[in-house]
Write a protein that binds this ligand. Structure first.
Ligand code: ZN
Ligand code: ZN
Ligand code: ZN
Length: 358
């Protein structure tokens, strides 16, 4: 906060608050807000929380104190007076990227002399470097997702004749059975639907001789998993088999480029070059990857234009794909951690082209 010139950090919804305190605020309209000051201000952080939510908070007295508010109080006024009292009328205030706009607009009304920033300007650089305990948690979530991916690759999850929605439900159930606390998403995209990277699983029945893109993840001990495997319900046509081989090489090339000190955009370029070199560049329509942690998508983003350099402890997806509209799609995704010894994939499920038994 000091080096960013921020006088008060106001954390509401989103993962910044639990990252610092262990407490996840429910996405209620009632305001929950942690008020944090820089070291120069002798004020312990204050968690302003609806009185009815206070019993859910596990207090860590050396980290923060509680200020429960009653239903007839104005919580925005409580926060604003804490800020005014400690850092005056013209502070620079950083607010959660995920705070409700309604909270921010009211705060701006109460603190008309303040300058406003996104809290990510302070916390994203900190949260994107995972410590050993966080990497362990992400590795455990990845192994759990791997076990579901292995079941898919081995044909233990029937595909042909079932709807995408049915298969997505089973994948979610298996994530829970393998130790996840929550399913965050399960994309099952078959045949022409596979050309839509974020396809919503539909009532379409999966047929013989198709690619099926399965991209799924959840949370385990707070940390997220995210893996994609594309399987085939029959030997793929030559064009599709070739695209698969290209994506497999692009994914490996992206991982190999994910060295500490390399710019994020270089990882994207390494994967993209392989696909463009095969003449399929126009069909790779998204960035190569995203950071992952308490959130499924968080910094760092592996995308052209991001020249931030990778640091040891950055954890992110490497997930190139090729999508031919109306026809088919292929994607392979693993979660990778950058270490001083080089990139390490947390997912281990096979990348080999797999025709599942039908
Ligand atoms: Zn995605
Ligand atoms: Zn994914
Ligand atoms: Zn992803």
């Amino acid at each position: 906060m000091q080096s960013a010139g921020v006088d008060a950090l106001l954390l509401s919804l989103g993962a910044d608050l639990p990252w610092l305190t262990g407490y996840w605020a429910m996405p209620l309209e009632r305001l929950t807000m942690l008020v944090v000051f820089p070291p120069a201000v002798p004020e312990v952080p204050v968690l302003v929380v609806p009185a009815l939510e206070a019993p859910r908070v596990q207090l860590v007295p050396e980290v923060f104190r509680l200020r429960p508010w009653e239903e007839t109080e104005g919580p925005v006024q409580v926060v604003a007076s804490l800020v005014r009292r400690s850092v005056g009328e013209r502070p620079c205030v950083a607010v959660s990227d995920r705070a409700w706009a309604s909270s921010l607009l009211q705060l701006q009304g109460e603190l008309p002399g303040a300058k406003w920033r996104a809290a990510s300007s302070v916390l994203a650089p900190l949260r994107s470097v995972k410590d050993d305990r966080e990497v362990e948690a992400l590795a455990r979530a990845a192994s759990s997702a791997d076990r579901v991916a292995n079941a898919l690759l081995q044909g233990e999850i029937p595909l042909v004749g079932r709807t995408e929605r049915d298969v997505a439900t089973e994948i979610g159930q298996r994530l829970l059975a393998e130790g996840h606390d929550r399913v965050n998403f399960a994309i099952v995209a078959s045949g022409p639907n596979a050309a839509s990277p974020h396809h919503e699983p539909s009532g379409r029945a999966i047929q013989v001789g198709e690619p099926v893109v399965c991209d799924f993840g959840g949370s385990m001990g707070g940390y997220c998993s995210d893996i994609t495997r594309t399987v085939f319900t029959g030997p793929p046509a030559a064009e599709l088999a070739r695209a698969y081989e290209v994506v497999e090489r692009a994914q490996a090339s992206g991982v190999a480029a994910a060295q500490v000190g390399a710019p994020c955009e270089q990882v994207d370029a390494a994967a993209r070059q392989v696909i463009a070199g095969a003449g399929l560049g126009e069909y790779f329509v998204h960035r190569t990857g995203h950071g992952i942690g308490l959130e499924e998508h968080e910094p760092p983003y592996l995308v052209a234009g991001n020249d931030a350099v990778l640091q040891a402890g950055n954890v992110f997806s490497v997930e190139p794909g090729v999508y031919v509209p109306g026809r088919w799609g292929v994607r392979i995704e693993d979660i990778v951690v950058a270490t001083a010894q080089g990139p390490r994939s947390l997912n281990q499920a096979s990348h080999a082209l797999t025709v599942v038994p039908v």
